[in-house]
Design a protein around this ligand. Sequence first.
Ligand code: BGP
Length: 478
Amino acid sequence: MSKLPKDFLWGGAIAAHQAEGGWDKDGKGPSVADVMVAGGVKGYREITDTVEADKYYPNHEAVDFYGHYKEDVKLFAEMGLKALRTSINWSRIFPMGDEAEPNEAGLQFYDDLFDELIKYNIEPVITLSHFEIPLHLAKEYGGFRNRKVVDFFVHFAETVFKRYKDKVKYWMTFNEINNMMDYESPVFLWTNVGVTIEEGENAQEVMYTAGHHALLASALAVKKSKEINPDFQIGGMVAYVPVYPLNSNPNNVMLAEEVMRMRYFFPDVMIRGYYPNYALKLFEREGLNIPILEGDEAILSEGTIDYLGFSYYMSTAVDVDSPVSDVKKVHGSVPHEVDNPYTTATDWGWTIDPVGLRYTLNRLYDRYQIPLFIVENGLGMVDTVESDGSIHDVPRMQYLGDHIEEIKKAVNEDGVDLIGYTPWGIIDIVSFTTGEMSKRYGMIYVDRDNDGNGSLQRSKKDSFYWYKKVIATNGEDL
Ligand code: BGP
């Protein structure tokens, strides 16, 4: 079987708020992530709107990538990474979010990080907003429900595009921009667009309003980027959880298609440059008053993205004959969601479905015909440190190997145009949904527990050596 392209970007992914720590260091302001306490083992974390002295906030120190980045980048280079995906912590650059002038110390940190990566020929792949909106923008402006925040985002984007125009080629605007469509789970609206729903508000209308403003912000940032460096590649990023009909009942096939709009709506607008009819019909049917102003359509059509990044962890299934479940499954409340008897699941209930990744690559490439980038995929699991310090994370290597096999089929047999693969949590970091450290994704172990105890010492898991070999053989030796 033919190999993956020789310039395939094998990498790893983290996010500022889950890795850096230094939450208030060198002028950084609080972000929406800094007021989220842990949710307890396998529990969804709660959001508060301030930092309370007697509570533990996992993201405040995280795994101190802020202080350890040189050591960590050296380890990434030893693995042979060709790319590292991370985010620029917005509130490190603009502590309140609405300032005119940026925080130079924040800009300097990312200059130093990118220089370290480039020293080892590791391509930075940078997300502008990975759940790190300045807390001030959320509390004082209401986040992206307020159109003013569009301008603050574009100012942030322009500032970092100009500062790093010769160091960063690949960018993404909003991480998992579609998470907000699960607006019944406060954590997703809060982290995606800094929005909370007030008593008596129409949550769907607020969500689509904030979503429209985020789409405008993304499009304006894309257009601005090309004025700064026409070689920039600006992507969007969506959480993609394919929805299967449980059986061949045509009503299940149609239900799955309708639920898939939770994955398609945002990329449809970001790639095609206009609202799909199914959304306009929904607004009309539900009487949603979305502030799409004169000139917005031109903004959207002139700021379409160059590639689509996406996260893939799991798939799910629906059956119209099962009750409409109001139990929140992960990554999106799906009506009539049922377990798929043909897939297994992780200890956190995320289904394990490698074939679903090939299916996803085909669905997205057929729909959009633009380059794709798998910027998150991985297995959250509990790792055991043996008495000799070794960590035999066989399930993680199995999971990743099975998914890479499907990636190779999608590229070599189906002809999907795929830029690269950056498995999530290349180093152990704080879980986004639960705030735990025990839900580990990394190939590098970090001595840190759910309560913030530990030396932060890094050590290599078996998967560190395994992935090094995978990259060296361009995915041939799994
Ligand atoms: C995605 C986020 C990532 C990451 C991942 C794993 O939704 O984009 O930030 O956290 O989920 O989720 P968790 O860390 O909760 O296991």
